[in-house]
Design a protein around this ligand. Structure first.
Ligand SMILES: *Cc1c(COP(=O)(O)O)cnc(C)c1O
Length: 221
Protein backbone atom coordinates (compact mmCIF):
# COMPACT_ATOMS: atom_id res chain seq x y z
CA UNK A 1 0.00 0.00 0.00
CA UNK A 2 1.14 3.55 -0.73
CA UNK A 3 1.56 6.30 1.86
CA UNK A 4 -1.64 7.93 0.57
CA UNK A 5 -3.59 4.67 0.85
CA UNK A 6 -2.30 4.08 4.38
CA UNK A 7 -3.32 7.60 5.36
CA UNK A 8 -6.80 7.17 3.92
CA UNK A 9 -7.28 3.93 5.82
CA UNK A 10 -6.17 5.62 9.04
CA UNK A 11 -8.43 8.62 8.53
CA UNK A 12 -11.29 6.20 8.26
CA UNK A 13 -10.27 4.46 11.51
CA UNK A 14 -9.59 7.62 13.53
CA UNK A 15 -12.54 9.68 14.83
CA UNK A 16 -12.75 13.37 13.95
CA UNK A 17 -11.87 14.56 17.47
CA UNK A 18 -8.51 12.75 17.40
CA UNK A 19 -5.60 14.30 15.51
CA UNK A 20 -3.05 12.24 13.63
CA UNK A 21 0.67 12.96 14.01
CA UNK A 22 2.48 11.28 11.12
CA UNK A 23 5.77 10.08 12.59
CA UNK A 24 8.32 10.50 9.81
CA UNK A 25 11.54 9.71 11.72
CA UNK A 26 14.18 7.94 9.57
CA UNK A 27 11.97 8.45 6.48
CA UNK A 28 13.13 10.60 3.55
CA UNK A 29 11.72 13.99 2.56
CA UNK A 30 10.17 12.30 -0.47
CA UNK A 31 7.90 10.16 1.74
CA UNK A 32 6.90 13.19 3.81
CA UNK A 33 5.95 15.01 0.58
CA UNK A 34 3.81 12.05 -0.41
CA UNK A 35 1.93 12.28 2.88
CA UNK A 36 1.70 16.07 2.54
CA UNK A 37 0.23 15.75 -0.95
CA UNK A 38 -2.31 13.32 0.48
CA UNK A 39 -3.41 16.10 2.86
CA UNK A 40 -1.39 15.33 6.00
CA UNK A 41 -0.15 18.47 7.80
CA UNK A 42 1.08 17.32 11.24
CA UNK A 43 4.40 15.49 11.34
CA UNK A 44 6.40 14.18 14.29
CA UNK A 45 10.14 13.62 14.57
CA UNK A 46 12.09 12.30 17.53
CA UNK A 47 15.56 13.73 16.83
CA UNK A 48 16.38 17.43 16.62
CA UNK A 49 19.17 17.02 14.08
CA UNK A 50 16.97 15.10 11.67
CA UNK A 51 14.08 17.52 12.17
CA UNK A 52 16.20 20.60 11.47
CA UNK A 53 17.55 18.99 8.30
CA UNK A 54 14.11 18.16 6.93
CA UNK A 55 12.10 21.20 8.03
CA UNK A 56 13.59 23.77 5.58
CA UNK A 57 13.04 21.38 2.65
CA UNK A 58 9.30 21.04 3.24
CA UNK A 59 6.24 23.31 3.00
CA UNK A 60 5.97 25.96 5.70
CA UNK A 61 2.38 25.12 6.64
CA UNK A 62 3.50 21.81 8.17
CA UNK A 63 2.96 21.64 11.92
CA UNK A 64 6.08 19.98 13.35
CA UNK A 65 5.90 18.06 16.62
CA UNK A 66 8.90 16.89 18.62
CA UNK A 67 7.97 13.52 20.11
CA UNK A 68 11.30 12.14 21.35
CA UNK A 69 13.56 12.91 24.28
CA UNK A 70 14.82 16.50 24.04
CA UNK A 71 18.22 17.60 25.31
CA UNK A 72 18.39 21.09 26.78
CA UNK A 73 21.25 22.19 24.52
CA UNK A 74 19.19 21.35 21.40
CA UNK A 75 16.09 23.42 22.21
CA UNK A 76 17.52 26.51 20.49
CA UNK A 77 17.53 24.77 17.11
CA UNK A 78 13.76 24.16 17.07
CA UNK A 79 12.37 27.05 19.14
CA UNK A 80 11.62 29.17 16.05
CA UNK A 81 9.23 26.77 14.41
CA UNK A 82 8.16 23.85 16.63
CA UNK A 83 4.38 23.59 17.12
CA UNK A 84 4.23 21.13 19.99
CA UNK A 85 6.85 19.44 22.18
CA UNK A 86 5.39 16.16 23.48
CA UNK A 87 8.35 15.17 25.62
CA UNK A 88 8.79 17.61 28.50
CA UNK A 89 10.11 15.53 31.39
CA UNK A 90 11.79 18.03 33.73
CA UNK A 91 11.47 21.54 35.10
CA UNK A 92 15.00 22.28 33.85
CA UNK A 93 14.03 21.41 30.27
CA UNK A 94 10.90 23.55 30.52
CA UNK A 95 13.02 26.47 31.76
CA UNK A 96 15.21 26.23 28.68
CA UNK A 97 12.21 25.98 26.36
CA UNK A 98 10.72 29.05 28.05
CA UNK A 99 13.98 30.99 27.63
CA UNK A 100 14.43 30.07 23.96
CA UNK A 101 10.76 30.77 23.20
CA UNK A 102 11.12 34.23 24.74
CA UNK A 103 14.10 34.95 22.49
CA UNK A 104 11.88 34.18 19.47
CA UNK A 105 8.91 36.09 20.85
CA UNK A 106 6.87 32.88 20.94
CA UNK A 107 4.80 30.85 23.36
CA UNK A 108 5.66 27.19 22.81
CA UNK A 109 3.01 24.55 23.46
CA UNK A 110 4.24 21.55 25.45
CA UNK A 111 2.98 18.27 26.86
CA UNK A 112 4.22 16.69 30.07
CA UNK A 113 5.54 13.21 29.33
CA UNK A 114 4.66 10.55 31.89
CA UNK A 115 6.34 7.25 32.58
CA UNK A 116 3.49 4.74 32.33
CA UNK A 117 5.27 1.73 30.80
CA UNK A 118 6.94 -1.15 32.61
CA UNK A 119 10.20 -0.68 30.69
CA UNK A 120 12.72 1.31 32.69
CA UNK A 121 14.31 2.92 29.66
CA UNK A 122 11.32 5.03 28.70
CA UNK A 123 11.55 8.67 29.75
CA UNK A 124 8.91 10.54 31.65
CA UNK A 125 7.70 12.03 34.89
CA UNK A 126 5.88 10.39 37.76
CA UNK A 127 2.63 12.02 38.88
CA UNK A 128 4.37 13.43 41.99
CA UNK A 129 7.20 14.91 39.93
CA UNK A 130 4.69 16.57 37.62
CA UNK A 131 2.79 18.10 40.54
CA UNK A 132 6.06 19.44 41.99
CA UNK A 133 6.90 20.97 38.61
CA UNK A 134 3.47 22.58 38.20
CA UNK A 135 3.48 23.98 41.74
CA UNK A 136 7.01 25.35 41.54
CA UNK A 137 7.70 29.06 41.72
CA UNK A 138 9.85 28.77 38.60
CA UNK A 139 7.03 27.28 36.56
CA UNK A 140 4.53 29.89 37.72
CA UNK A 141 6.80 32.63 36.40
CA UNK A 142 7.21 31.16 32.92
CA UNK A 143 5.46 33.26 30.30
CA UNK A 144 6.62 31.63 27.08
CA UNK A 145 5.48 28.03 27.50
CA UNK A 146 1.98 26.63 27.64
CA UNK A 147 1.19 23.17 29.01
CA UNK A 148 -1.49 21.68 26.75
CA UNK A 149 -1.75 18.19 28.20
CA UNK A 150 0.03 14.89 28.70
CA UNK A 151 1.89 12.26 26.70
CA UNK A 152 2.88 8.67 27.35
CA UNK A 153 4.06 5.45 25.74
CA UNK A 154 2.67 2.06 26.74
CA UNK A 155 4.77 -1.05 27.30
CA UNK A 156 5.71 -2.86 24.11
CA UNK A 157 3.76 -6.07 24.69
CA UNK A 158 1.24 -8.35 23.03
CA UNK A 159 -0.82 -8.23 26.19
CA UNK A 160 -3.57 -5.74 25.39
CA UNK A 161 -4.77 -5.57 28.99
CA UNK A 162 -1.43 -4.12 30.12
CA UNK A 163 -1.48 -1.51 27.35
CA UNK A 164 -5.07 -0.58 28.12
CA UNK A 165 -4.33 -0.21 31.83
CA UNK A 166 -1.41 2.09 31.12
CA UNK A 167 -3.50 4.29 28.83
CA UNK A 168 -6.21 4.41 31.52
CA UNK A 169 -3.53 5.50 33.98
CA UNK A 170 -2.49 8.37 31.68
CA UNK A 171 -6.11 9.38 31.18
CA UNK A 172 -6.51 9.44 34.98
CA UNK A 173 -3.42 11.63 35.35
CA UNK A 174 -4.84 14.00 32.74
CA UNK A 175 -8.24 14.35 34.43
CA UNK A 176 -6.69 14.80 37.88
CA UNK A 177 -4.34 17.54 36.68
CA UNK A 178 -7.17 19.16 34.74
CA UNK A 179 -9.31 19.34 37.88
CA UNK A 180 -6.52 20.27 40.31
CA UNK A 181 -4.39 22.67 38.34
CA UNK A 182 -5.74 23.50 34.89
CA UNK A 183 -9.49 23.84 35.41
CA UNK A 184 -9.44 27.40 34.07
CA UNK A 185 -7.30 26.60 31.06
CA UNK A 186 -9.25 25.46 28.04
CA UNK A 187 -5.93 24.89 26.28
CA UNK A 188 -5.14 21.97 28.61
CA UNK A 189 -6.90 19.32 26.54
CA UNK A 190 -4.45 16.96 24.84
CA UNK A 191 -3.72 13.33 25.63
CA UNK A 192 -0.98 12.11 23.30
CA UNK A 193 -1.08 8.31 23.33
CA UNK A 194 -1.19 5.53 20.76
CA UNK A 195 1.24 4.37 18.05
CA UNK A 196 0.87 2.02 15.05
CA UNK A 197 0.47 -1.06 17.24
CA UNK A 198 -1.85 0.30 19.90
CA UNK A 199 -3.66 3.39 18.59
CA UNK A 200 -7.07 1.71 18.55
CA UNK A 201 -6.86 0.95 22.26
CA UNK A 202 -5.53 4.47 22.91
CA UNK A 203 -8.49 6.04 21.12
CA UNK A 204 -10.91 3.88 23.11
CA UNK A 205 -9.20 5.17 26.26
CA UNK A 206 -9.47 8.85 25.37
CA UNK A 207 -6.48 9.79 23.21
CA UNK A 208 -6.68 13.13 21.38
CA UNK A 209 -3.38 12.81 19.49
CA UNK A 210 -2.11 9.55 18.01
CA UNK A 211 1.53 9.32 16.88
CA UNK A 212 1.71 6.89 13.99
CA UNK A 213 4.79 6.05 11.92
CA UNK A 214 5.16 2.56 10.46
CA UNK A 215 1.44 2.16 9.67
CA UNK A 216 1.83 5.15 7.32
CA UNK A 217 5.37 4.96 6.00
CA UNK A 218 6.14 1.25 6.37
CA UNK A 219 8.57 -0.44 8.74
CA UNK A 220 11.72 1.44 9.66
CA UNK A 221 15.13 -0.04 8.86
C1 LIG B 1 8.61 6.13 16.68
C2 LIG B 1 7.62 6.71 17.62
C3 LIG B 1 6.24 6.60 17.37
C4 LIG B 1 5.65 5.88 16.17
O1 LIG B 1 5.90 4.52 16.21
P1 LIG B 1 5.21 3.50 15.18
O2 LIG B 1 5.18 2.22 15.92
O3 LIG B 1 6.08 3.47 13.98
O4 LIG B 1 3.86 4.02 14.87
C5 LIG B 1 5.38 7.20 18.27
N1 LIG B 1 5.82 7.86 19.35
C6 LIG B 1 7.13 7.98 19.63
C7 LIG B 1 7.55 8.73 20.85
C8 LIG B 1 8.07 7.41 18.78
O5 LIG B 1 9.38 7.54 19.06
Amino acid sequence: MSVAENLNALRYAIPANVRLVAVSKTKPVKSIKEAYNAGQRIFGENRVQELTQKQPLLPSDIEWHLIGHLQKNKVKYIAQFISLIHSVDSLELLEVINKEAAKCGRIISCLLQFHIAKEETKFGLSFEEAVDLIHSEKFRKMKNVKICGVMGMATLTEDESIVRKEFQELYGIFTTLKEQDFSNEIGFKEISMGMSGDYKIAIEEGSTLVRIGSAIFGERA
